[in-house]
Design a protein around this ligand. Structure first.
Ligand SMILES: *Cc1c(COP(=O)(O)O)cnc(C)c1O
Length: 430
């Protein structure tokens, strides 16, 4: 059994330890929710202040020309491309994950309508993140497709001749289970379907190889593992073999081949640039760039491969300690043990699951009161959840942090303090 001293030792030997100093984290907090909102890069406040006071305040409209505001989507996209197995010029940062998903799913449905007109189904997982399912529902309704939702184990068997598009989130938000992207993409292609991947819980968390997997479309989130700040813009990638085949449906002027011609007719820009729509949130882009530049620093220490090694060591440690120290408590591991099937979070499900997910909620409130910030997923009618989520971000989490977090969990469970009324008020939101 690993002791606190062992964990300190692991921190002392951790080659990625210096990266933690690049983040500003409050004293007394163990942050296990980087999968929901990443931490603040130390450079961001000064960089934002500079852009606000100098570029906006002094430069005013001239800054569109005198600074690089206009090319932020491409510059940031190139930085993300390195993390997801894409090439420079193939990714743009823009809009939100939901909106980018609308664009790529719409493009995929247009391709399917042309290439495989008899296929009328979009296949996804029932436990996919709701916004992905809502966007798919709306588009299916509008375009005469049908959304089919199945359990993860039934995906392969459901890739029938009716399926036009397989829409999957690489790492499940609820359980941290990770799909084999190359295998699922190959299965979809063998069955004649296109693939759309949502990388919200994988970009910056696990190595992603979009091109090696020959994926078709991908979107991902800027404010989770990429540490871009609340509501940071998202990104979109389209395999270059498809990028120029269609207009995307939100054909705005930023996606025009020559936006400053101000012509009446839309002419899409080459490649991924046509997936831009309108004017982008410059301040939010600048904040996201501070997060992305930390990955450049990580690159010199081994990059995504080193981050993945540490992430697995952290989640392994979390699982081992919970099973040893909280044995006998009503917690079941909801995250796969196999490394190849695990993202960068550990999820524990209360047993037996309460219908409204209220136990995980109360336990998490008690943990948060102690400065251990994770989150919970309650039941939603279809899925009985009652899940505690602990994101293990290898950029800033240490091994002793994990030890202390599990110790707090043990104390919360042993003492029964989570049953206190103040931790059971459902209106509190984390
Ligand atoms: C976090 C997350 C999103 C977020 O979408 P927004 O448009 O930023 O609200 C979308 N999809 C998945 C799978 C997510 O985990």
């Amino acid at each position: 059994m690993k002791t606190r001293v062992d964990c300190r030792q692991l921190d002392a030997q951790d080659p990625l330890r210096p990266l933690r100093e690049l983040f500003s984290l409050p004293d007394g907090v163990i942050y296990l929710d980087g999968n929901s909102l990443g931490a603040l890069p130390k450079t961001a406040p000064a960089r934002l202040a500079e852009v606000v006071t100098r570029e906006w305040g002094q430069g005013l409209v001239r800054s569109w020309n005198s600074t690089s505001w206009f090319t932020l989507p491409q510059r940031l996209g190139d930085k993300i491309a390195q993390l997801i197995g894409a090439d420079p010029g193939e990714v743009v940062v823009t809009d939100s994950t939901s909106i980018n998903l609308f664009k790529v799913l719409s493009a995929a449905l247009t391709m399917a309508a042309q290439d495989t007109p008899n296929r009328k189904r979009v296949l996804s997982e029932r436990s996919n993140f709701p916004t992905d399912l809502y966007i798919a529902q709306a588009l299916c309704q509008e375009r005469g497709f049908e959304l089919q939702l199945v359990e993860p184990g039934d995906l392969s068997a459901s890739l029938t001749k009716e399926v036009a598009v397989l829409l999957l989130t690489h790492v499940n938000y609820r359980t941290g289970a990770m799909h084999d992207m190359a295998a699922m993409t190959a299965a979809a292609h063998a069955a004649g379907a296109l693939t759309v991947w949502d990388l919200a819980h994988s970009a910056g968390a696990v190595p992603v190889e979009l091109k090696r997997a020959q994926a078709d479309f991908a979107v991902g989130c800027g404010y989770k593992y990429l540490n871009g700040g609340p509501g940071a813009p998202a990104f979109v990638w389209v395999n270059p073999r498809h990028a120029e085949r269609f207009w995307q449906p939100l054909a705005g002027w930023w996606g025009h081949a020559a936006p400053f011609e101000f012509s009446a007719d839309y002419r899409p820009a080459a490649g991924i640039n046509r997936y831009l729509c309108g004017t982008q949130p410059v301040l939010s882009m600048v904040a996201l760039e501070c997060g992305l530049d930390i990955f450049a620093a990580a690159q010199t220490l081994g990059g995504m491969a080193a981050l993945r090694t540490k992430s697995l060591a952290l989640t392994d440690l979390f699982i081992e300690l919970v099973e040893q120290r909280c044995a006998g408590d009503a917690l079941a591991l909801a995250t796969p043990r196999a490394h190849a099937q695990r993202g960068s979070q550990v999820c524990l499900q209360w047993q037996p699951v309460s219908a409204d997910g209220s136990t995980a909620f109360a336990v998490m409130q008690a943990l948060i009161a102690r400065g251990v910030i994770g989150d919970f997923r309650a039941g939603d009618g279809n899925l009985q959840q009652d899940i505690l989520r602990f994101g293990c971000t290898p950029l800033y989490l240490g091994f002793e942090d994990v030890w202390r977090a599990v110790e707090h969990l043990k104390q919360v469970l042993d003492s029964g303090e989570w049953k206190r009324p103040e931790f059971n008020q459902k209106h509190a939101v984390t």
